[in-house]
Design a binder for this molecule. Structure first.
Ligand SMILES: Cc1cc2nc3c(=O)[nH]c(=O)nc-3n(C[C@H](O)[C@H](O)[C@H](O)COP(=O)(O)OP(=O)(O)OC[C@H]3O[C@@H](n4cnc5c(N)ncnc54)[C@H](O)[C@@H]3O)c2cc1C
Length: 577
């Protein structure tokens, strides 16, 4: 069994930033990731990262306080204001840190980091690198990791990729390690550790129409959930207004930030016809724009009953090549259209998981020694609706914060390296369970169960929700669970080395459980707030629902409770743009 004082699960932006911070405290840290870090979903982030740098001509009056207010309002007042203020205050520091580490941001004519307008923001506050912001941020952090991988200056960082963590080991309320499947060898390996930071990203793939990478499944949050870590606000799922028809590949908000229009089949900029988007138009927040696109389609003013047009032709070829080259390439390759001459066919699609592992403002979960950061965590800075550009920011701000508090916790421990026996026992349990799984011989195909469930989530737990649809989704989830108990393992090879059917099994089990958490939270939340819109309760209800949903798991049962929202500065008001 290998021992590391700190293990980070996940090599995306949050995981890498957390690992760097732990390492800065001269503590050895190991990053376990199911894919090579630079293949994490963070790489796909396009539009940019928010921070009140004030570099844009219109941004001179910007401030962290204004950024915080926009975020609170964007969250439909469900975000915790202390956590939001902390994130917005740290934003310039963390963005300049990335710049000093060599991140190649796009520049203004004066050589400053360029900023573009994004939805729900009062100022052009989104720093970017063309439309490949996640790509450059992730590579910059990975360079820092490599720098300290074999460090003689301070304790080293160890990166082990192709390692799928399958369980977290908790001993008497304290986190003591993890068990992972080495995808190359097909063997399970045990890791002992004094603290674990989860940074496993979003769960978007519980939906069939997601912009997320195929690896962004619910497994990452299911593992700690099963061990007793509560989840917060899981019913809040963000649907991005503009995903490419057919594949649901993201067409960044940057398209609209740069001046793109949304048009219906009459050629009208229809957002002007809706009370909640008539002023901000294309740069109204995502929840509002996504709903208004869907309303337009439902009213027969879309194309082929399924999409509207995102038109960036008027920006001209030069600007498109300069600011949105990735979007042009994606359209040409995946939809056979060139946005320089054709409008882009778009529809809303699942994009972001606002909820996640419940953490405090220091990234600590309820389990001692378990921390979480990035999309898998819920601090909560996004509340009921995330503003574009705030998620990349959250990964580096709260990645650093979780890393720091984890390092302080580990330094304060009087007894380390505990739980050896329980970790070894868990390793044997995992091996035994895997043998059972690969010998299953039931009636159903694993990926059929998974795909059907993902379609149910897209159809019944989408942009517009109602009690009857949600209850029907709950029945479908129960049916999925029953079928899942009777699946057959098809692969001839029973080796676990790159055995995707086995991985699929683990992910499907997680997706079933987490889908239920989403639906149960959505049924109980009898109001409309941010991304959660109930046609049977179309108004926000602060008297009853200005509170976080907390889901717990115990002995196979999910239970819900509630927790107050931290309001430290701005009282809730009606949200209009
Ligand atoms: C297409 C797209 C575009 C986006 N654009 C923007 C944008 O412009 N601005 C913005 O602010 N936000 C954007 N977002 C959101 C933002 O990119 C993500 O929320 C953020 O990058 C998530 O980072 P993360 O580090 O939390 O997780 P990820 O980058 O998803 O990384 C998760 C890591 O966890 C690992 N992992 C998961 N499960 C396991 C396991 N069981 N065992 C071992 N390893 C595991 C994976 O290998 C991976 O390394 C976008 C998202 C998408 C999908």
């Amino acid at each position: 069994m290998r021992y590391f004082p700190v293990i980070v699960v996940g090599g995306g932006l949050a995981g890498l930033r957390a690992a760097i911070e732990v390492n800065m405290h001269n503590i050895q840290v190991c990053v376990l990731s199911r894919v090579h870090p630079v293949r994490s979903h963070s790489l796909a982030a396009q539009g940019g990262i928010n921070g009140a740098l004030g570099n844009h001509a219109r941004g001179v009056y910007d401030s962290p306080e204004k950024h915080a207010f926009d975020t609170v309002k964007g969250s439909d007042y469900l975000g915790d204001q202390d956590a939001i203020i902390r994130m917005c205050n740290d934003a310039p520091l963390r963005i300049y840190e990335m710049e000093h580490w060599g991140c190649p941001f796009s520049r203004t004519s004066e050589g400053k980091i360029a900023q573009r307008p994004f939805g729900g923001a009062g100022f052009p506050r989104t720093a970017y690198a063309e439309d490949k912001t996640g790509h450059v941020l992730l590579h910059t952090l990975y360079e820092q990791i490599v720098k300290f991988e074999h460090s003689s200056e301070r304790a080293d960082i160890v990166v082990l990729d192709e390692m799928l963590v399958t369980s977290l080991v908790v001993d008497d309320g304290r986190c003591v390690g993890v068990v992972a499947l080495n995808l190359k060898s097909g063997q399970f390996e045990a890791f002992q550790s004094d603290a674990v930071i989860f940074a496993t990203g979003g769960s978007g793939r519980i939906y069939s129409n997601s912009t997320n990478a195929l690896i962004s499944t619910a497994l990452g949050i299911y593992i700690p959930f099963r061990e007793g870590a509560p989840l917060k606000d899981m019913e809040f799922i963000q649907f991005h207004p503009t995903t490419l028809i057919g594949t649901n590949i993201l067409m960044t908000e940057g398209c609209r930030g740069e001046g793109g229009f949304l048009l219906n089949n009459k050629g009208e900029r229809f957002l002007a016809n809706y009370e909640d988007s008539k002023n901000a138009m294309e740069v109204a927040p995502r929840d509002i724009v996504a709903r208004n696109i869907q309303r337009e389609i439902d009213a027969g003013r879309g194309f082929e009953n399924s999409y509207v047009h995102l038109d960036i032709r008027h920006l001209g070829e030069k600007r498109i090549n300069e600011r949105l080259p990735g979007i042009r390439e994606l359209c040409i390759k995946f939809a056979n259209i060139d946005p320089v001459v054709d409008p882009i066919p778009v529809q809303p699609g699942q994009h972001y998981t606002m909820g996640g592992i419940d953490t405090d403002i220091n990234g600590a979960s309820e389990i001692k020694g378990l921390y979480a950061a990035g999309e898998c965590a819920c601090v909560s800075v996004h509340g009921a609706n995330r503003l574009g550009g705030n998620s990349l920011l959250e990964t580096i701000v709260y990645g650093a914060i979780a890393g720091r508090s984890c390092a302080e916790y580990v330094s304060s421990l009087s007894k380390t390296k505990i739980g050896t026996e329980i970790i070894e026992a868990r390793l044997r349990d995992e091996e035994r369970r895997a043998k059972e799984i690969v010998s299953k011989d039931g009636d159903y195909i694993i990926c059929d169960v998974r795909d059907k469930l993902a379609q149910v989530m897209a159809q019944k737990v989408g942009l517009f929700r109602s009690e009857s649809q949600l209850k029907s989704a709950l029945e479908d989830i129960q049916e999925a669970r029953e079928k899942f108990a009777k699946v057959k393992f098809n692969s001839k090879s029973k080796s676990l080395s790159y055995n995707y059917e086995f991985i699929n099994y683990l992910e499907t089990e997680a997706n079933i459980c987490i889908s239920e958490v989403v639906v149960r939270g959505a049924i109980e939340r009898r109001e409309s707030r941010g991304s959660h819109f109930r046609i049977d309760y179309p108004k926000r209800d602060d008297a009853q629902f200005l509170k976080h949903t907390i889901a717990r798991y115990s002995k196979g049962e999910i239970s819900l409770s509630y927790k107050p929202v931290k309001i430290v500065k701005w009282e809730p008001k009606e949200r209009k743009y």
